[in-house]
Design a protein around this ligand. Structure first.
Ligand code: ATP
Length: 603
């Protein structure tokens, strides 16, 4: 049986006036009881104010105010100005159409305008939910040359057939101004009442929606196949799953306590979360907000195609901008710069990305959301073929707060935002769509800034990657410690060099390259070649940080850590300075304290 659109319009009217959620729920229950199971998906989409889930990336209606007024005028046989003026006065095009239409209907009721007329065989004529939905879908899909005319014709036809009230809601829907105020949670509760017998079954509907972020689809499965089918629903490739989210703490010991004593601790990369789906050769990428962002990352699509050894899989990872020369992580803002560019292909080489994978929820028919993290991780390792820019997130398993803290500092220094600590016990399932204590993010609770440049001494050099393969691409830099007359490592710098600087590096360094660590150099990090302290360069960074690797001021601020620079950049050579004129370790220590004081003042 087709469903009269008038039922939906009547419900919209009631929902608009409702003041209590319980009443809203009752109206929805009433509506779903009158809805044939085959159209429940469309009814749910209407309630959500859309034709389909946003992630489908299908075209929007593409009807502006002007076109809507024109269609209304045609359907009502009045001038555009007439509709426009009334709409302006009422502040609502839908209401204006309803009023003009009601007036005309009263004067000369055309047969098509009477809502529903019963035929002899009991069936009805008039607008049905299917007809309205399908026509709107056609309007949305009309693209390219001549599409404006097609949209206009279809919409005018629809409005002509509608009753005054129906026309009002169709117009508001088209304008994106339906605004019924119905939340997904209330829709789910009403669905549970009608199709699963009680509001308490909402969690089953919710779980299904978390695994397949398409409420129309979930409603249809429930209505046509029953609640048992929903209970066994699995993620499906091509339909995004709602992401699992983390709680936040800033204390290593407390984090481990919360997670049951032992945890997988991973770098928390500062990029864009990506849910990557693969089916044969087809790849989809969905964002944290479930938008389809596949077109923005053709390079990631390629990596996923080659790097997932399963026919069907859903994996999760973070897409991060990296330095094309050194492969080092770059800040989030750099990635956003790429997002803003319209010609994606132009930025592929300018702003390359790497993907760090941290989970999988589905592989070749198996729903992994119900498995504990170690099992999911095992599967992830099995299906991922790593390459330079397609890797598992860096992580350790630890039960020691000190080790966690050291790993955290290393993550910050490497350009990550902190760490993600994750439970690995038997109950560590993937909680789609939920924020819980199975994952805990540990970021610093402050943001600091490095206000001044420093002059550091080259003590080593590292070969570049990619285009710079075989040539030097980064330098290991040190501060001077006059007390011990040594050069203590501070950071590795690979950014800020012009092409010309890089070309000249080999020549500049050659006279100072040594095959062993120079006597006055104090460094735990081993570069590709050692360099006798002689050359001074001016360096700036995002901030001074603590580092478990670098030896500058080691143990001064914290046991087991020195002072380093995050996101260091080369500014220029300082040939006017000798190595002993470089910034001293004590100066860096004071700069660090000053930075801390500033952070506390602004907090
Ligand atoms: P949330 O996503 O928790 O609502 P948010 O949007 O502010 O908060 P963050 O506080 O930065 O995000 O932390 C969560 C995000 O960290 C994840 O959504 C994911 O994109 C990112 N992330 C980076 N590395 C990892 C990792 N190893 N495991 C899980 N998530 C990671």
């Amino acid at each position: 049986m087709p469903m009269p659109f008038s039922i939906l319009a009547d419900t919209f009217e009631k929902l608009e006036r409702v003041t209590a959620r319980t009443q809203m729920l009752l109206y929805l229950v009433e509506l779903f009881k009158k809805t044939p199971p085959e159209v429940i998906d469309k009814v749910v989409y209407f309630l959500q104010g859309k034709l389909w889930p946003d992630w489908k990336g299908l075209p929007e209606l593409g009807v502006g105010e002007k076109l809507l007024i024109k269609a209304a005028a045609i359907s009502l046989h009045v001038s555009e100005q007439q509709v426009e003026q009334l709409a302006k006065r009422l502040g609502d095009i839908g209401r204006a159409i309803e009023m003009i239409k009601a007036e005309r209907t009263r004067k000369a009721p055309a047969p098509g305008l009477l809502a529903f007329i019963k035929r002899q065989d009991g069936s009805t004529v008039g607008l049905t939910v299917e007809k309205v939905y399908d026509t709107l879908a056609k309007i949305a899909q009309a693209q390219g040359e001549g599409s404006r005319e097609i949209k206009l014709k279809l919409l005018a036809g629809l409005l002509a057939e509608a009753s005054p009230k129906e026309a009002k809601y169709i117009a508001r829907f088209v304008e994106g101004k339906l605004r019924l105020g119905v939340g997904d949670a209330t829709i789910m509760e009403a669905l549970a009442v009608v199709y699963a017998g009680s509001a308490s079954m909402r969690n089953i509907v919710e779980r299904a929606y978390n695994l397949r972020a398409d409420l129309g689809l979930v409603a249809k499965i429930l209505a046509t196949k029953g609640v048992d089918e929903l209970k066994h629903i699995k993620p499906e490739v091509g339909i995004p799953i709602r992401p699992m989210l983390a709680e936040r703490l800033n204390d290593a010991a407390e984090i481990l306590r919360k997670l049951g004593g032992k945890a997988l601790v991973e770098y928390k990369y500062d990029g864009e979360r990506a849910q990557i789906h693969k089916k044969g050769d087809k790849i989809w990428i969905f964002s944290r907000r479930l938008e389809n962002i596949t077109y923005m990352y053709p390079d990631v699509v390629e990596m996923a195609r080659k790097g997932i050894k399963a026919n069907e899989a859903i994996v999760e990872g973070e897409i991060v901008a990296i330095d094309p020369e050194t492969g080092e992580l770059r800040p989030f803002q750099v990635l956003m710069h790429r997002r803003r560019k319209h010609d994606i292909h132009l930025v592929l080489s300018e702003i390359p990305v790497a993907v760090y994978l941290f989970d999988t929820v589905y592989v070749d028919g198996e729903d992994l959301t119900v498995k504990p993290l170690p099992k999911r991780h095992e599967m992830l390792e099995k299906i991922i073929e790593p390459s330079e820019r397609w890797q598992l997130a860096k992580g350790i398993v630890t039960d020691s707060p000190e080790e966690l803290e050291t790993f955290f500092l290393k993550a910050i220094e490497d350009g990550a935002e902190g760490v993600m600590a994750k439970a690995i016990h038997d109950r560590s399932i993937y909680q789609a769509g939920a924020r819980g204590w199975l994952w805990i993010k540990y970021k610093r609770d402050y943001k600091s800034e490095m206000s001044d440049t420093v002059d550091l001494v080259v003590i080593g050099a590292l070969y570049g990657k990619g285009r710079r393969g075989g040539k030097f691409g980064a330098l290991l830099m040190a501060a001077y410690d006059p007390e011990t007359d040594t050069f203590k490592s501070v950071c590795k710098v690979g950014s800020g060099f012009t092409d010309e600087d890089l070309e000249r590096l080999d020549d500049i360094l050659r006279p100072y390259i040594r095959d062993h660590k120079p006597a006055r150099v104090d460094s735990q990090m081993k570069p590709d070649v050692w360099v006798e302290p002689a050359l001074v360069a001016e360096i700036i960074g995002a901030e001074l940080t603590l580092s478990p690797i670098h030896t500058c001021c080691y143990g001064w601020v914290r046991k087991g850590a020195g002072i380093s620079i995050r996101f260091p950049r080369f500014i220029r050579w300082r040939p006017d300075k000798g190595p002993e004129d470089a910034t001293t370790t004590k100066e860096l220590y004071e700069m660090y304290l000053k930075q801390l004081r500033k952070v506390k003042e602004t907090a």
